[in-house]
Ligand binder design. Structure first.
Ligand code: ATP
Ligand code: AMP
Ligand code: MG
Length: 182
């Protein structure tokens, strides 16, 4: 099974992945880690610089990362349905990346925009964008549209998981249940 976990920055994907890693018999791969490895050659110093690169550069790194992950079996991929760039929403899973990844389940992790604003503010490990609640609401909405397109192209199921404030373990349990049924 090949599972793709997505959600707006700061919603809590990687935190949920830590919980899933303890239970699931899957390799968990962070798409951004692989893009960052490749981006270091062109002088990128941290993962939050990637989405500010020229979009063509982002697409190149994205394609290379997708091909690398596509060669791995039984993976859960921690990534994004869309990336908010200065040039607009970039699809995280364009057709050529989907073809490489061959997902069987697409997960959207969602939370209240106000919680996400708070999580970004408190997270000093990252250089986070200071979007308003309305910006985040729109990004989450856009991600549902992207997920529908990706599901139609691949036949993958779409799962929406809520990551409520202080309830990461509940989100982990719901995801593990979905994986078992998948
Ligand atoms: P990115 O896409 O930018 O990598 P992410 O979706 O992986 O973001 P995390 O880094 O997992 O987000 O989480 C962002 C912050 O929110 C972290 O500081 C994390 O501890 C916190 N967090 C995650 N889930 C919850 C939750 N349910 N309640 C409160 N805080 C949370
Ligand atoms: P993350 O830690 O998940 O935020 O990943 C770091 C960065 O990698 C993101 O902020 C994006 O710029 C980039 N990234 C991750 N996944 C994708 C993807 N599927 N397509 C394009 N860029 C991505
Ligand atoms: Mg993350």
């Amino acid at each position: 099974m090949r599972i793709v976990v997505t959600g707006v920055p700061g919603v809590g994907k990687s935190t949920i992945m830590e919980g899933v890693a303890k239970e699931a018999k899957y390799r968990i791969v962070n798409f951004g880690d692989i893009m960052l490895e490749k981006a270091r050659d062109i002088g990128v110093r941290n993962r939050d610089e990637i989405r500010k690169l020229p979009v063509e550069r982002q697409r190149d790194l994205q394609r290379l990362a997708g091909e690398e992950i596509g060669r791995m079996d039984n993976v859960i991929v921690d990534t994004h349905m869309s990336i908010k760039t200065p040039a607009g929403f970039l699809p995280g899973l364009p057709e050529w990346v989907l073809r490489a990844l061959r997902p069987s389940m697409l997960v959207l992790v969602e939370a209240n925009p106000s919680s996400i604003v708070g999580r970004r503010r408190k997270d000093s490990t990252r250089y986070r964008d200071s979007d308003t609640e309305a910006d985040i609401e729109m990004h989450q909405e856009m991600n549902r549209f992207f997920a529908a397109s990706c599901a139609t192209l691949t036949g993958a199921t779409v799962v929406i998981i809520r990551n409520e404030e202080g309830k990461v373990n509940e989100a982990v349990e719901v995801l593990l249940g979905m994986i078992k049924n998948g």
